[in-house]
Design a protein around this ligand. Structure first.
Ligand SMILES: COc1ccc2nc(C(=O)O)sc2c1
Length: 247
């Protein structure tokens, strides 16, 4: 999978050189190109923003540098073929909320392009114009506001990239993590079995895989019901045992 990110702060994306995503890039499983939006300006001051029509606080990102940057990326896209377009993701507080389900959906794409807004956002006409060359999606990390799109892109590239086959060493670790089955993950423990007078739950030392699986499932349900009752409402409980329904 290829990622392209356009930002006025390209150095913000440096953490994607590290760890799993960095290794996947070295191994050729992922490609990541970071572009400085100011490269696509034409004036001496490399201007990327201006005052908002209609008044109001702050500045708005000018449309033309974005059009220049996105056109160059689309022209080299492996997804720019008949019947297919690359996906342009615009992080925005006004976007659909990013979820593990969306991460899985996007991990199937060949080419994802991220446009990192700053100031009060990007001129809306860019998103309309980009629809000719891209499938455009405004996406938010959640119900809070950042100062720009870069932090959201770091989170999304990691969440999506790790789902690409081969990036995570043991694909089984993707199966039992939070949100993979609609539930939060169970609590985990390691040595020592006794730590500051706190013991690891005895069942986890029993070697009884059936009982261990039951313990873990019950704790997933209990944790989800306590911390994210909204996820419980979205579950298909018809597959739950009588005991599980009463947790
Ligand atoms: C101007 O660009 C922004 C500003 C805030 C913001 N907040 C996001 C979020 O996902 O919370 S994405 C994003 C982009």
């Amino acid at each position: 999978m290829r990622f392209d990110v356009v930002s006025i702060f390209p150095e913000y994306l440096a953490p994607l050189d590290l760890s799993l995503i960095g290794k996947a890039r070295t191994d050729g499983l992922l490609e990541l190109n970071v572009h400085d939006l100011r490269t696509y300006t034409k004036d001496r001051h490399r201007t990327v923003d201006d005052t908002p029509y209609g008044g109001g606080a702050g500045m708005v990102m000018k449309p033309e540098p974005w059009a220049q940057a996105l056109t160059e990326i689309a022209e080299t896209s492996p997804a720019s073929v008949p019947e297919r377009k690359p996906t342009l993701i615009v992080p925005s507080p006004a976007g659909e909320v990013f979820t593990q389900k969306l991460a899985y959906e996007l991990s199937e794409e060949v080419h994802l392009v991220f446009a990192c807004g700053r100031y009060e956002g990007i001129d809306e006409r860019v998103l309309e114009w980009a629809g000719e060359q891209f499938t455009v999606r405004a996406v938010s990390l959640g119900d809070y506001v950042l100062n720009g799109g870069e932090v959201a892109v770091l989170a999304m590239v990691e969440a999506i990239g790790r789902l690409v086959p081969g990036v995570v060493g043991n694909p089984e670790s993707l199966i039992e993590e939070s949100h993979s089955d609609g539930l939060l993950e169970y609590p985990v423990y390691t040595k020592p079995s006794s730590w500051r007078e706190r013991e690891v739950p005895e069942v986890l030392l029993s070697g009884n895989h059936g009982k261990i699986a039951k313990f873990r499932r019950e704790h997933q349900l209990r944790r989800t019901a306590t911390r994210r009752p909204d996820l419980i409402d979205a579950l298909d409980v018809s597959s739950f045992s009588k005991t599980e329904r009463n947790i």
